[in-house]
Design a protein around this ligand. Sequence first.
Ligand code: COA
Length: 330
Amino acid sequence: MTKITAAITAVGKYVPEYILTNKMLEKIVETNDEWITSRTGIKERRILKGEGKGTSYMAIKAAQQLIDKKKLDPKEIDLVIVATATSDMKAASTAVYVASEIGATNAFGFDLDAACSSFLYGMSVASSYIESSRYRKILLIGADKCSSMINYEDRATCIIFGDGAGAVLFEPNTKGLGLQDEYLRSDGMGRNFLGAKAGGSKYPITKEAIDKGQQFVYQDGKTVFKNAVFNMADVTVKILEQNNLTNNDVTWLAAHQANKRIIEATAKRINLDASKVMMNIQKYGNTTSATLPLLLADYEQQLKKGDTIIFAAFGGGFTWGAIYFKWAYN
Ligand code: COA
């Protein structure tokens, strides 16, 4: 029997129009463009403005762009997964609403939250469904309205995060293209260093929590940085070793856009030339679940059938991992 692999066959993206530049942040918190650029590589980020607009707004736009480009009948979609750490609402999956709004009336949907690794883990889940032949068309959307959980008086976090969405379509492939292998990890001690304390079931939102700003993301930047550098580089090495690959076999590194220095450290660890490292952090900052599909959308024109892409991510929790992938179209 022919082996079925899970390939990406289309990509779409959406970023909000409003641009928050480093210069603008200089007027809000005590920081400066030079500091932000040299420490993170970020020059600007997009912010979703407008009453009642949540993550689904961007997810729908990214999905619609993909549907239009691919000339896809949304009724053919079997499953919609929204990878996100900022779902629209509690107890009502964002993916379900997105599926309805894009006309995927034959699909079911669910959200997947593993902070900044959500999309990477989503690739694993979508691929497993495709490989099992249970479903044939899976829309995986990475979308986050990070601005909804950021305190714009906290310079440790507000300079980093931005809003955005990217979508990919997974379909069966019989030529061996698509997801080849994965190495996924997590460690629960990470919740002490990155996360929003209040708003979940452990500490529901109260007036007191709001007064203390506990609904916002807290980050111990140094600890997160150290763990991200070590772990993202480590899994990148592991996925190469596991598949007997060298840096010469890698066409692209698509790493979670958390910090330019973290991405460069990962590339350095496998001796990968900068020309092979996808980078768009300067434009969008860290969009959490959207960074990987936004990279694919921005680099789509340069990707060729058979290209080897190593995906790597690190996020809150902590969660991290790497995926070895073969691109399926020109
Ligand atoms: N603007 C200007 N100065 C700032 C600043 C800002 N936004 N934030 C911190 N500083 C100051 C600090 O107060 C400190 O001053 P001091 O030396 O006088 O005490 C100095 O800059 C260095 O701060 P530090 O926290 O050591 O900076 P850093 O080099 O670790 O960079 C981060 C800070 C947040 C950019 C970095 O730790 C980081 O990127 N961490 C990982 C974040 C991340 O990726 N999160 C998401 C994971 S998915």
